[in-house]
Design a protein around this ligand. Structure first.
Ligand SMILES: *Cc1c(COP(=O)(O)O)cnc(C)c1O
Length: 411
């Protein structure tokens, strides 16, 4: 082996960009020109010493912000004991994390994966095997929502109701069809003898923060019950306290049969979870699902630290409180800026729709004033701050946004 890249020296931004351009696959195109080397709380510093306030949290991952002492200690301590061992053996942090998730949710059993897509892949397999074992193998079709996002593996791509992501990879696994969110008639018409489950995000994240109506979710639950089919919630982005409840389904007063988690579950350490009620979970028998890394000691120790911090530091209540404050401030901003046409979301999962197709320019302007936010297409700004966010952080963010909108409206 030849170690030609200088891996011991700290590179500057241009050197890093040069390596990336030459050696990395081009899936992310031209990235935002910044490389973070250190984070503390809500703040990040880059290789050039610039400071940023993080209102994106690695797309809803860094729920505890950066360098949270509890998460650092848990990962450090676990790394010093044992990082990985096979699922052929019992794993203490895995058993504890499964117990915590079950004790605090409607699920009875958990299976750990390494990512969101993988957790969803597990949910799809579980729904299919559940009906196969009931002697109904013809029930394999899953109805998902248009503009949903469920992942990048072939099956989760088939579940994702957005043709732009799917087209280059046809043929995709069969057994998926999508209907518009919040349209009960479309869903009723899509259900057939083949349907095994309805799968949806209570709040669609990647397509621009679209919230499922309260009455819709209740009606979907009833429709599933009436037709004897499963209800799957993808809580990969909206779960883990982000919406002001530990799980988004709690807002609706309904329980899914299966739900999936990932993003914030490990606070930045990769882990996903497939959670299900006992009557469904028991369909997975020996050898019918598995994972090499899924639920390994390191990832589960991180998950335990995240849940502990959410509870000890009242971060779910904070998400609710700061989410309300942030939304109020954004509504004030909307009175001043006619370019804001809608504010959507729950808790700290917030989308701001613009009517001027300038979302990317606004995002870039916020970046230049030291604030990281997201954009979806040309019209939606996305805010996913860590759950430790304070009123002062929000005031700073709203000022930066005010400035950005004023500047762009003048152009
Ligand atoms: C991010 C996301 C996924 C995919 O998660 P990965 O870890 O990127 O595979 C799936 N569903 C939702 C709702 C997501 O937000």
């Amino acid at each position: 082996m030849n170690i030609s890249a200088d891996i011991s020296r700290n590179l500057n931004l241009n050197e890093i960009i040069e390596l990336d351009r030459k050696y990395y696959m081009k899936t992310f195109g031209e990235r935002t020109p910044v490389c973070f080397s250190y984070g503390k709380g809500i703040n990040l510093w880059d290789t050039e010493g610039r400071k940023f306030c993080d209102f994106l949290s690695g797309i809803a991952v860094n729920a505890l912000g950066h360098s949270h002492p509890k998460l650092i200690n848990a990962v450090k301590e676990q790394a010093e004991k044992i990082i990985h061992c096979s699922n052929l053996y019992y794993i203490e942090p895995q058993a504890k994390l499964a117990a915590l998730l079950v004790e605090n949710s409607c699920a009875d059993r958990v299976f750990f994966a390494n990512s969101g897509a993988e957790a969803n892949e597990g949910a799809i397999k579980l729904a299919r095997i559940y009906f196969r074992k009931k002697g109904m193998p013809e029930k394999y079709e899953i109805i998902t929502m248009k503009n949903s996002f469920h992942g990048r593996t072939l099956a989760t791509l088939a579940a994702t109701g957005q043709e732009v992501y799917q087209k280059p990879f046809f043929p995709l696994p069969p057994g998926f069809r999508s209907v518009p969110l919040n349209d009960m008639d479309a869903l009723k018409n899509a259900i057939s003898e083949q349907t095994c489950a309805v799968m949806l995000e209570p709040i669609q994240g990647e397509s621009g923060v679209h919230v499922a109506d309260d009455s819709y979710i209740k009606a979907v639950r009833k429709l599933c019950d009436d037709n004897g089919i499963l209800l799957i919630f993808d809580e990969i982005q909206c779960g883990m306290g982000r919406t002001g409840r530990l799980f988004a389904y709690e807002h609706y007063g309904v329980e899914p049969d299966i739900f999936t988690l990932a993003k914030a579950l490990g606070g930045g350490v990769p882990i996903g979870a497939l959670c299900a009620k006992e009557f469904v979970a028991q369909a997975f028998g020996k050898g019918e699902h598995g994972s090499t890394f899924g639920g390994n000691p390191l990832a589960c120790a991180a998950g335990l630290a995240v849940l502990e911090a959410l509870s000890e530091e009242n971060l779910i209540e904070n998400a609710q409180r700061q989410g309300r404050y942030f939304t109020e401030k954004l509504m004030e901003l909307a009175e001043k800026h006619s370019s804001i046409s809608e504010i959507r979301g729950k808790g700290l999962m917030i989308g701001v729709e613009l009517n001027n197709c300038k979302a990317v320019a606004v995002k870039d302007s916020c970046f230049n004033s030291g604030y990281l936010i997201g954009s979806v297409g040309n019209n939606v700004l996305r805010f996913l701050p860590p759950l430790i966010v304070t009123k002062d952080d929000i005031d700073g963010m709203v000022n930066a946004l005010d400035k950005a909108l004023s500047q762009i409206e003048k152009e």
